[in-house]
Design a protein around this ligand. Structure first.
Ligand SMILES: Cc1cc2nc3c(=O)[nH]c(=O)nc-3n(C[C@H](O)[C@H](O)[C@H](O)COP(=O)(O)OP(=O)(O)OC[C@H]3O[C@@H](n4cnc5c(N)ncnc54)[C@H](O)[C@@H]3O)c2cc1C
Length: 423
């Protein structure tokens, strides 16, 4: 029995881990990257706080002990549901059961200039690109020949006041105070970065409790972040961000963390696709309208769970729980046993604001401050793939928070020399 999984994020990787224990199955994982990564911490890669390798893990190493597992490096291009075959950028793979778990991509809501010139924050490539961009602009600001130049290169606008935007703003403000002020004599004594966090909503951290929203707002303001609410980005023209309320800010850096849209699954019928391009699935994550195809994680929209009639939030825990349950249900299908419907067990949500400050919403109460910060750190160590990575993360954090100064601030330029274009 060939089970093909496209996408090795939280959903696909947890499914593959469970299924690979059943030796009667052949599992093929297709991914456009050769590694699994941990999105909640990419903002720390982008701000040169931790190394990329700490939050990534190669699939081949992860599954090296599973003889029934194959990895296929490639990007999904098309699904042929009648022939039961998927085409990828590197060949075709046929399946008995197919599971789609490609997650989401950045949504620019049709704003062409924003898509062209803003910096996204979704993948490891994005994080490394953003790190280079911020560091390069630090040097440009230091060398700026006019006040306008220095202003443009040292101003950062972050669009999106969800956890990613808040965490990024807090980390940049921390960098400004603790690092720029010390290492860039051109900017001393207080650092120079102007950080503006903008959101269309009337509060930060939209789905979280009022207490968490207020705490995030106050802590960021105390750290010097300008928080601009009730207005969104309308355009980004000639190095100027234009807001819906008519105001503008000149900047070379617009970071876009304002929304996502499900990855495309070409070949599925139109009737199987719902809001936000998410794939419509039943209570067992089977794609509506096609046989033997399932979808899990951020890419799917499941409205059968009575506690979430509009679909689940696009969060890691939903993806993990759906991946694990689908492994059980595929086994139930093969053994002709009844299937178990998915019900999300909501364990709460959290966001870090800066050193010593975080917010944690549990189903019954909210807590903030130092203890919330420790809880956030602890909870984010558990799902990191690989024991060595967990140890590196703990020691890296310990050192960075103790010294207030990690030393990863390298501008690394991509070089394609050696790529054989004729191959
Ligand atoms: C910056 C950021 C911070 C976040 N912070 C949090 C947080 O603090 N807490 C939380 O609960 N959630 C957080 N999330 C959301 C969480 O990461 C997602 O809900 C979760 O990753 C969804 O898992 P998934 O497996 O569905 O998709 P993903 O984790 O996105 O995995 C998709 C996989 O599919 C692969 N893929 C994509 N397209 C293709 C293709 N065409 N062909 C082949 N492979 C493909 C990708 O390489 C990837 O490996 C955050 C997300 C981001 C971007």
């Amino acid at each position: 029995m060939n089970i093909v999984i496209v996408g090795g994020g939280f959903a696909g990787m947890n499914l593959a881990k469970q299924l690979s224990k059943n030796k009667s199955l052949n599992i093929t994982l297709i991914d456009k990257n050769n590694y699994h990564f941990f999105p909640p911490l990419i903002y720390q890669v982008a701000t040169a706080f931790i190394e990329t390798s700490i939050i990534t893990y190669p699939f081949r190493k992860m599954f090296s002990k599973a003889a029934n597992f194959r990895f296929h490096y490639g990007e999904l291009k098309a699904i042929d549901v009648s022939e039961k075959v998927v085409s990828t950028s590197s060949g075709e793979v046929s399946y008995d059961y197919l599971v789609l778990a490609m997650g989401t991509e950045t949504n620019y809501f049709g704003m062409e200039n924003v898509e062209k010139y803003a910096v996204p924050m979704k993948t490891i490539d994005d994080a490394i690109n953003l790190r280079n961009h911020i560091l390069r602009n630090g040097e440009r600001a230091a060398q700026g020949h006019s006040d306008a130049d220095r202003e443009r290169f040292s101003t950062i606008v972050i669009s999106g006041g969800g956890p990613t935007g808040v965490e990024l703003a807090g980390m940049l403000a921390y960098m400004n105070k603790k690092i720029l002020a010390k290492e860039y004599p051109e900017f001393s004594p207080n650092g120079r970065m102007r950080i503006v966090l903008v959101d269309m909503a009337p509060s930060l951290l939209g789905p979280m409790s009022k207490k968490s929203q207020q705490e995030a707002y106050e802590v960021l303001q105390d750290m010097g972040v300008e928080v601009k609410l009730n207005t969104g980005v309308k355009d980004y023209v000639d190095g100027k961000v234009i807001f819906a309320d008519g105001s503008t800010i000149a900047t070379d850096t617009l970071i876009w963390s304002s929304g996502v849209i499900a990855k495309e699954a070409p070949g599925l019928p139109k009737e199987s696709i719902g809001r936000g391009r998410r794939i419509l699935v039943d209570a067992y994550n089977k794609v509506q309208g096609v046989d033997d195809v399932f979808a899990i994680g951020d890419i799917c929209l499941q409205t059968s769970d009575t506690a979430f009639p509009n679909g689940h939030p696009q969060l890691a825990q939903v993806a993990i729980q759906q991946g694990k349950l689908l492994a059980k249900n595929l086994d139930n299908i093969l053994e002709k046993r009844p299937l178990e419907a998915f019900k999300y067990n909501d364990k709460g949500s959290m966001a870090i604001i800066t050193k010593n400050k975080a917010v944690v919403d549990l189903p019954k109460f909210t807590f903030t401050g130092w203890f919330a910060w420790l809880t956030w750190l602890f909870i984010h160590i558990i799902p990191i793939a690989g024991f060595r990575n967990k140890i590196k993360l703990v020691t890296g954090w310990f050192w960075s928070f103790l010294t207030n100064n990690p030393s990863l601030r390298l501008i690394i330029r991509p070089n394609t020399q050696g790529d054989n274009k004729s191959a």
